[in-house]
Design a protein around this ligand. Structure first.
Ligand code: PRP
Ligand code: URA
Length: 206
């Protein structure tokens, strides 16, 4: 199931992010701010449990998160969302999966993974700004599940309808939270209108 965040302030930030005149410094700041806004919405589904505390005024029953959180950025562009999500969940652990789309075939190629070990059913926030064909995310979720991570939420900044469909078909249990569902993919499998190449814009490589 997917959730598109329809908040006017987020759409305002997204427009600045997409603008071709936005350079890497501002692009990085915006990507992290937008991630925080989407992540806040995604956190509405977390499980909480009762806990007893004392305020300066006396005893009360509060709530605390039941699950440990692991954030997994898909390298490289997912790193551009990491500061934003860690601002909200500073004690999350962080794993990394390296995945790039082959230039010609557009198929995902895995080149790195390092994930936390010995955790009891953590909630995984998988982050990547662009959900295009869905190949990279599906391959990463396959890898995460094979390593025992089954409780997964995926957060993207912009998604194509094609990518959402692909992820939903392959992994119907994974909730998708996205800042916008765009129109379609072009012949090169780039999102239209999108924002171009997220990794290059984040890191100033082109
Ligand atoms: C981009 C993006 C996603 C992937 C989306 O990464 O960050 O990981 O493409 O495309 P898909 O849904 O069709 O798989 P890219 O391969 O450009 O690598 P990079 O992050 O290293 O720039
Ligand atoms: N990867 C990107 O960075 N942008 C797209 O539009 C599609 C894949």
């Amino acid at each position: 199931m997917y959730h598109e965040i329809n908040h006017p302030f987020l759409k305002h930030k997204l427009t600045a992010l997409r603008d071709e005149n936005t350079k890497h410094k501002e692009f990085r700041e915006l990507a992290n701010e937008i991630t925080m806004l989407i992540c806040y919405e995604a956190l509405k589904n977390i499980e909480v449990e009762d806990c007893e505390i004392r305020t300066p005024m006396g005893k009360m029953t509060g709530k605390r998160m039941s699950n440990e959180i692991v954030v997994v950025p898909i390298l490289r562009a997912g790193v551009g969302m990491l500061d934003g999500i860690l601002t909200l969940i500073p004690n999350a652990r962080v794993g990394f999966v390296g995945m790039y789309r082959d230039h010609d075939t557009k198929q995902p190629v895995e080149y790195y993974s390092k994930l936390p070990e010995d955790m009891k059913n953590p909630l995984v926030f998988l982050i990547d700004p662009m959900l295009a064909t869905g190949g990279s995310v599906v391959a990463t979720i396959d890898l995460l599940k094979a390593k025992g991570f089954t409780n997964i939420v995926f957060i993207s900044i912009i998604s194509a309808p094609e990518g959402i469909k692909t992820v939903e078909e392959a992994h119907p249990d994974v909730q998708i939270f996205t800042g916008n569902v765009d129109e379609f993919l072009d012949d090169n499998k780039y999102i239209i209108p999108g924002l171009g190449d997220a990794g290059d814009r984040l890191f100033g490589t082109k």
